[in-house]
Design a protein around this ligand. Structure first.
Ligand code: XMP
Length: 509
């Protein structure tokens, strides 16, 4: 396996993804991780990530320099390289010219990291400091016009540095550079497969849980469903799932899910219908954060009450994914302000005094889907688009009423039908409708109308941290708009949201 030390780069997750795409397991750790912990992970190699700091900043992140003497190959990227060079006696200086964007890389040493790479190739740079003097034992392996030391190595000690970013798409041969590091230098094996992961996880869950019981909040989303199946395969009927219908789900969603879940997951599931509990307290509430807090609090109460009925449960399982963990633990570059309260991981179970099991916590969404397939789950569960916990409450801007819920449900149903029928459902991260709190004038059958406006949101994304609005064909948008206005009473206008994240977010609230 490979350990990535997180110096705060926005590309950290990408490094981990790239390594895993090579079928090598990889874990991100903060710089504060002790040498003993690193040793216990038995890594074949260590990657020091980039980061926004300059090594001369007072609070720049640092790791114990003993890692350079462990006999484990180290690859420093950008800040990671500068940290290594500085720590080993070289010099890093403010660059005369900041280098940001594409640069032509001239390879000086076509062996080791640059095997199978042309003498000149494009790379992506993003740095203000540069290396002006290398430590003893190091040599320059590549340069660009602006950067004399664009790559360097100490081959005897297996220490490597890249000033550019091999993990981004903008460095076309970057993956080859990483492959060279993983396989030629570190001697990694391609054994990170979902089958192996499933086998190991099942064994681990069995060891952790023993003959105790586990409960899990099942939402019907891919993360909680895959978690349920994995745990079920490990401990069978010692797992009980709780599905809470909060009355804020899509059209017939609870009923449809009940059928799919019962049919495909032969798991104990308790279905609880508590819609009324949620709708009353939401009356008159328009503030998005208040909506979230209300829904979250009631969910917790309902869940807790249900969980208490399951005697002898010691564990609570959650479908937490790797991006959630990284975002909340990132030593540098983690979120400094809360954008939406859902971004806080692990709010649910604290007061329930249950031990947490999060078997997906090292996986990315696409890996979770692969795991689901490996476990034999049906496509219709694996490929469900994410749906937020507060449900339609945050897609009805302004006040939530039964009547507005009905309108939005009908609209959303038409949208999803069309998206699916035209083959876009799997291609999009999410596609949904938002009911706006304003009305507009229209004309229908020669009569004036004054009705609701719907916004359609369809985005592509890898992990919801960033997203782009989907370029859906005009013909499809026209069909969606026509059907909504014709078939749903109370809507006379449809708008398409063409903003990306950032600066917008995926949900409107
Ligand atoms: P934003 O709107 O922050 O959403 O760009 C990112 C992803 O998170 C989902 N989302 C939520 N999920 N509870 C959830 O479980 C929430 O309160 C919540 N708010 C947003 C959103 O659908 C998107 O996939």
């Amino acid at each position: 396996m490979i350990v990535v030390i997180d110096f705060g780069s926005q590309y950290n997750q990408l490094i981990a993804r790239r390594v895993r795409e090579c079928r090598v397991y990889c874990q991100i750790e903060p710089p504060s991780v002790g040498i003993e912990t690193i040793k216990s992970l038995k890594p074949d190699g260590i990657i020091l990530s980039g980061g926004p700091s300059s090594i001369y900043d007072k609070n720049s992140p640092k790791i114990d320099t003993a890692i350079f003497n462990m006999g484990i190959p180290v690859l420093g990227i950008c800040y990671g390289m500068q940290f290594m060079i500085d720590a080993l006696g070289g010099t890093v200086k403010k660059a005369a010219k900041r280098e940001y964007g594409f640069a032509e890389l001239n390879v000086k040493a076509p062996e080791s990291l640059f095997e199978k790479i042309d003498k000149t190739t494009t790379c992506w740079m993003s740095h203000g400091d540069s290396i002006s003097k290398l430590p003893q034992g190091f040599s320059i392996t590549a340069a660009t016009d602006n950067t004399r030391v664009a790559a360097a190595m100490n081959i005897k000690k297996n220490l490597f540095g890249l000033q550019f970013h091999p993990e981004v798409e903008h460095t076309p041969k970057g993956k080859q550079v990483l492959r060279n590091f993983l396989f030629n230098v570190c001697g990694c094996k391609r054994n990170w497969t979902m089958k192996a992961f499933a086998r190991e996880s099942i064994q681990q869950i069995q060891e952790t849980v023993g003959d105790k019981k586990v409960i899990l909040g099942l939402s019907g989303g891919v993360d909680s469903s895959v978690t349920a199946v994995l745990i079920h395969q490990a401990i069978g009927n010692h797992l009980t799932c709780i599905f809470v219908d909060n009355g804020l789900l899509r059209l017939n969603e609870a009923a449809k899910l009940k059928v799919i879940l019962k049919q495909h997951l032969k798991i104990n599931i308790r279905f609880v219908n508590t819609s009324k509990l949620f709708l009353n307290p939401l009356k008159g509430v328009t503030d998005p954060e208040k909506k979230r807090k209300i829904v979250g609090k009631i969910f917790m109460d309902v869940f807790e009450a249900e969980a208490k009925k399951i005697k002898g449960a010691d564990f609570l399982a959650q479908g937490t994914l790797y991006p959630d963990i990284i975002e909340s633990q990132s030593a540098f570059g983690g979120p400094t302000s809360i954008i939406k309260s859902h971004h806080n991981v692990g709010g649910l179970p604290k007061k329930m005094k249950l031990k947490l099991i999060e078997p997906l916590k090292y996986l990315f969404k696409d890996e979770v889907r692969k795991l689901g397939a490996t476990l034999g789950m049906p496509e219709e569960l694996i490929w469900r688009q994410p749906f937020p916990g507060p449900g339609l409450s945050i897609r009805i801007i302004g006040e939530i009423t039964k009547q507005r819920l009905t309108v939005l449900r009908k609209v959303d149903d038409i949208l999803i039908q069309e998206i699916k029928a035209n083959g876009y459902y799997k291609k999009l991260w999410q596609s949904f409708a938002v009911l706006l709190p304003i009305k507009s004038v229209g004309v229908m059958g020669d009569k004036r109308t004054y009705e609701n406006i719907i916004a359609i949101r369809a985005v592509t994304s890898k992990d919801a941290m960033t997203a782009d609005w989907a370029r859906l064909p005009h013909k499809l948008l026209a069909k969606i708009s026509n059907r909504i206005i014709n078939e749903v009473n109370g809507v006379n206008r449809v708008a398409y949201d063409i903003s990306s994240k950032p600066p917008s977010t995926i949900e409107w609230e």
